[in-house]
Design a protein around this ligand. Structure first.
Ligand SMILES: [Zn+2]
Ligand SMILES: [Zn+2]
Length: 341
């Protein structure tokens, strides 16, 4: 409601009004890396905002036309609203679905089209067949709510680049996009990267990265890393971190930036990037198409996002916990929900 302030509000319960719609009950909600800066008033998003856009939910009701999910199913709710049928959606660009207003997403208040937030008792989901992805019963839901956003964001930063450069070395520059950087380490390892180097001034984040299999270097962002890497991920949300990631690229390398830059212009060492034939990729991730491949990795035991989670708390305590302003991944579980195994 104001920078650093959260409160519960009573709102009208969402009802089924469309045959393609579902009403779901969030069971596990995770913070996105953007939530803490947003709550602290450090982003352009202004309150009041119904917070939360990463959740695993239980389906309560479905419209007459819904075919792929039924009441009782546990599902991932991607943070962006997409129809699955328009031209951008069919290309996999579900973040720019043509059937909804630009930036239609949960948990961003008016800027996201007022679709509501996941820290709530109910969520209305249009295009339920296209949106909702059932979570296999074999998976513990507690650490998988980020399948809605931050896991797909990390996945796009390493999966495509590694598929094009099998066994390549990956540099992750960590920082304010805390969980995206750590998930990128985990996914780079799982997807067959050669070396995975994690660079971050923060000791606690470096420890988590090392536990996930990275060579962690805990130091202020240098001008460039000690070695060159074919793939770089900028999760720093710091112009020095971005510049370091770009300057550390091997020739014809690719750097993906998870963003978090809210000033009018951000410096990029474009001359070096150009001369090395490097590519810089950024933009909101398209969450929906990454969810199935990520679930397959989890089912195969190739990834376990649990070590990225810093705290697990009851959903009812979310306002107090979020007001504390911690930047790491925080998970909230609905009282009585059976989410483990
Ligand atoms: Zn997010
Ligand atoms: Zn669409």
């Amino acid at each position: 409601v104001a920078p650093g302030e959260l409160e519960w509000r009573e709102v009208p319960e969402p009802r089924l009004t469309d045959p393609g719609q579902a009403i779901v009950e969030p069971l596990v909600v995770a913070t996105c890396d953007l939530d803490a800066p947003m709550i602290a008033g450090e982003t352009p998003y202004r309150g009041p905002i119904a917070v939360g856009h990463e959740c695993i939910a239980r389906v309560l009701e479905v419209g007459a036309a819904v075919r792929t999910v039924r009441p009782g199913d546990r599902v991932v709710v991607p943070f962006q609203v997409s129809c699955g049928a328009c031209a951008p959606c069919r290309r996999g660009h579900t973040g720019i679905c043509a059937a909804v207003p630009p930036l239609a997403m949960y948990g961003f208040g008016r800027a996201g089209g007022d679709y509501g937030g996941a820290i709530a008792d109910r969520l209305s989901v249009r295009f339920a067949d296209a949106m909702l992805v059932p979570l296999p019963a074999a998976l513990d839901a507690r650490h998988l709510a980020s399948l809605a956003d931050n896991l797909p964001d990390a996945y796009r930063a390493v999966a495509g680049p590694l598929a094009a450069r099998p066994g390549a070395s990956v540099l992750v520059v960590g920082g304010q996009c805390v969980s995206i950087g750590l998930y990128a380490v985990m996914l780079a390892r799982a997807l067959g990267a050669g070396r995975v180097v994690y660079l971050d001034p923060d000791g606690a984040r470096c420890e988590r990265a090392a536990a996930l299999g990275a060579e962690a270097v805990c130091a202020p962002y240098p001008e460039r890393a000690a070695d060159r890497h074919a793939i770089a991920v900028d999760a720093s949300a710091d112009p020095r971190g971005l510049a370091c990631a770009v300057r550390s690229l091997a020739p014809e390398g690719v750097c993906t930036s998870a963003g978090g830059y809210f000033t009018e212009a951000t410096p990029v060492p474009l001359r070096e990037l150009y001369l090395g034939g490097g590519a810089l990729v950024t933009g909101r991730c398209h969450a929906r198409p990454a969810i199935e491949p990520l679930i397959a990795l989890a089912v195969a035991g190739a990834i376990d996002p649990a070590p990225v989670t810093a705290t697990v708390a009851p959903l009812g305590d979310a306002a107090e916990v979020l007001a504390a302003g911690r930047r790491e991944k925080q998970v909230f579980v609905r009282a009585g929900a059976e989410v483990g195994l």
